[in-house]
Design a protein around this ligand. Sequence first.
Ligand SMILES: [Zn+2]
Length: 315
Amino acid sequence: MSSPFISQQSFFKTNTQYRGRFAPSPSGDLHFGSLVAALGSFLQAKKNDGQWFVRIEDIDKPREQLGAAEQILATLNSFGMHWDTDSLTHSPTDNQRCIVQSQRIERYEHVLEHLITLDRIYACQCTRKQIKQLGDVYTGTCRDLCLPFKGNALRVQLPNVITAFEDVLHGMTHSAHSFAHEDFIVKRKDDLFAYQLVVVVDDIDQGITEVVRGADIMPLTCRQLSLYQLFDVPPPSYLHLPLAVNQSGLKLSKQNHASPINSANPKPELIKAFEFLSLPIHEQLQDLTVDELILWGIKHWDVSRLPKQQEIYVP
Ligand SMILES: [Zn+2]
């Protein structure tokens, strides 16, 4: 079976333009933490004369909140972050002109079929509780049991495991050995595709050259790089931004009841996000329009000035 990424390979060979992305999950409105991730990825793309795409990561349908995707896109527009589109990143039927994961199930099935043909996929019937009892790392209990795929979780067995990568901001970053070597789940028992697999397929299909995202996803990067290795596709570079946390050190998130950002009055939050990302803000910025603020942000964006902490408290 030929590689499911052949057309993308030729794209990589002919296209050297920077391509970045922001990939929110529609489980609620954008909050300050997700604004920082959106803004950081946007400014980095635009500073590099690149394109910036938005992808709705709604693969986990049970967690989706109705109308949240539309709300997120409207908020991005009101903050002056307008995304790019091209033939690689949207289907003719897609009226939002961005990639929506739930519309790509067939594509993920196709890639999974490819991995099955390569004999890299096996079914696993272990429960979360059983794995926890064995030290919380899956050690391949079901690898040779030849269990039926139907009704079981599907795991990938990697021929080459990546355990470290060079982060644009943090330099050489290592993953815990046992975590990197785990045969992780690519399709869940409930038939939903796992984030690890779809994020890699999407980034490859969109021709993403650099991933800018929150430091909370940093530990997963090596697993994703192992998949790139398996698919024989050159990986993007990675830049992990500091995470906005609350007083208890918890990530600002919908689950932790972070308040949504106010898209009716974007300027104060935008300036606060600039400050979080170490841009040299000053009083006169208040007088600029949102679009002027965004242009100022692109001009003053400087990766070398970014804070290197993985977490920053936001009052
Ligand atoms: Zn198992």
